[in-house]
Design a binder for this molecule. Structure first.
Ligand SMILES: NC(=O)c1ccc[n+]([C@@H]2O[C@H](COP(=O)([O-])OP(=O)(O)OC[C@H]3O[C@@H](n4cnc5c(N)ncnc54)[C@H](O)[C@@H]3O)[C@@H](O)[C@H]2O)c1
Length: 121
């Protein structure tokens, strides 16, 4: 499959990308920072919260699936969390519907729903 990995420069994306390639998949990276050293695949320097920019990626690439990792993994303000997790996901889902891409793996975050209590120790 040809898989769009958003947040491909992040800690999970940098492990997932070579893992998918090793299993015979083609990976298209998307992140708002440049590709890490050693990633020679197609790369889109894009803010996933920008629906027009996301739509342009789908118009350019033939995709079979999306792994959505772009997002801030920690605690943030509600507006920042909504942009990071909900707005990005909406932009991707709209583009997926438009281009009939039917497979999505979504990491999200428990912080996306706000301030999950953590034990202090
Ligand atoms: N690491 C964990 O234990 C864990 C657990 C549950 C869920 N998650 C979720 O998995 C995802 C990835 O986690 P991670 O640990 O790799 O995080 P990370 O911070 O290492 O990587 C996130 C990547 O997403 C990119 N990014 C963020 N916002 C973006 C945007 N609007 N447009 C384009 N790129 C953007 C960043 O530049 C970064 O490269 C996050 O959504 C996180 O909430 C992580």
């Amino acid at each position: 499959m040809r898989v769009l990995v958003t947040g491909a420069a992040g800690s999970i994306g940098r492990v997932l990308t070579p893992g998918l390639v090793d299993r015979g998949h083609e990976v298209v990276g998307l992140d708002r920072v440049p590709a890490p050293d050693g990633n020679d695949g197609p790369w889109h320097l894009v803010d996933a919260a920008d629906p027009d920019a996301v739509a342009a990626v789908f118009a350019e690439e033939r995709l079979d699936a999306v792994v959505h990792l772009a997002g801030y993994p920690g605690e943030g303000s509600l507006p920042d969390s909504l942009t990071s997790h909900v707005v990005t996901t909406a932009a991707l889902l709209d583009a997926m519907v438009e281009h009939d891409v039917r497979r999505l793996v979504y990491a999200s975050s428990n912080h996306a729903v706000g301030r999950t209590p953590r034990p202090t120790c």
